[in-house]
Design a protein around this ligand. Structure first.
Ligand SMILES: Nc1nc2c(ncn2[C@@H]2O[C@H](COP(=O)(O)OP(=O)(O)OP(=O)(O)O)[C@@H](O)[C@H]2O)c(=O)[nH]1
Ligand SMILES: [Mg+2]
Length: 298
């Protein structure tokens, strides 16, 4: 007689305050650079699905914008809505924090997660930053007292420390259910949407502290020319001065942004990509629900 191994499947939302490494984790779990990652907070603006399939489980991670309430403009409201929508339809919440200390933002994210009544797994990320690993034990102990977590997992997303094991542990916590996606599926986002994220990632990485937040990316054209993908995108900014900064002296900055984004796209799409970028000024793009809808905000 052979035992039948049950299949586990479902959705897990990656939530937490900005910059703790949610998108880095999504990328590590799925094994592809789907989500934009940068050292600046609020890199992620929209929910993003990343799917990982094992022999006996399938887990669909929903990456979300960092939780932070009280934001004024439409783009920020859309970001908060994205978090609410993401957690409304998942089986499990993966609360991500940084190893070492609990910040007020972590407690706020935990409260938000608790309000859903869903099981919560705690993911302690960036363990590579803790030089004295002895310090981790009391930190885990203190963390475990804050909530009855279904699991506490230690990882370092950037260097993929413990991420494979953590992904399997999370998948095993999901309900017994058939697979929801084809085993080859990586994400629900189109190449067009992923391309837009790759451009935005470079804006976050290559521009200073303020300008990237004034930028939005809209893909104007995405065509296939045999094996080559040709992508034309508009970078929306709010003021002429920002446009000059994005373009840079002699167009150098824009060239670097396009080049780095293209390299990421070529890895992700596994093929040659041409990227053409335009910078346009529109004072109110981030407060215009219609423009946001065009950019893919739900
Ligand atoms: N040292 C270290 N840095 C990490 C690790 N994981 C992520 N980071 C860095 O933390 C920063 C934020 O990472 P993101 O993945 O963009 O964080 P996020 O939580 O998605 O941020 P938002 O989308 O802005 O809410 C980036 O500079 C990452 O490279 C890690 O394991 N160790
Ligand atoms: Mg993110």
């Amino acid at each position: 007689m052979t035992a039948i191994t049950p299949f586990h499947a479902g959705y897990a939302a990656l939530v937490g305050r900005p910059n703790v490494g949610k998108s880095s984790l999504l990328n590590a779990f799925v094994g592809a650079h789907l989500g934009a990652v940068s050292a600046k907070p609020h890199t992620t603006r929209q929910r993003l699905l990343g799917v990982r399939t094992f022999d006996h489980a399938q887990i669909a991670f929903v990456d979300t914008p960092g939780i932070q309430r009280r934001r004024p403009t439409a783009v920020h409201k859309a970001m908060d809505r994205a978090v609410d929508q993401a957690v409304a339809s998942v089986d499990l919440i993966a609360l991500v924090i940084e190893a070492g200390s609990w910040k007020a933002g972590d407690s706020a994210a935990l409260t938000h997660a608790q309000e859903t009544g869903l099981p919560i797994a705690l993911i302690i990320n960036k363990i590579d930053l803790i030089k004295d690993k002895q310090q981790l034990l009391p930190f885990i102990d203190r963390s475990s007292k804050r909530h009855d977590f279904v699991a506490i997992l230690l990882v370092g997303a950037r260097r993929e420390l413990g991420t494979e094991e953590a992904c399997k542990r999370l998948a095993a916590l999901l309900p017994e259910r058939e697979a929801m996606f084809d085993p080859d599926t990586l994400t629900d986002r189109s190449e067009r949407q992923l391309a837009s994220e790759m451009v935005r990632e470079q804006l976050m990485r290559q521009l200073g502290e303020e300008v990237p937040y004034a930028c939005g990316v809209e893909i104007e054209a995405f065509t296939h020319d045999g094996p080559i993908r040709r992508i034309a995108a508009t970078i929306w900014v709010e003021r002429e001065g920002q446009k000059a900064i994005v373009i840079g002296e002699g167009g150098e900055r824009l060239k670097q942004i396009g080049m780095a984004a293209r390299q990421e796209m070529e890895k992700l799409f596994d093929g040659q990509v041409y990227v053409e970028l335009w910078v346009k000024v529109r004072a109110d793009w981030s407060d215009d629900e219609r423009v946001l809808k065009q950019m893919g905000f739900e």
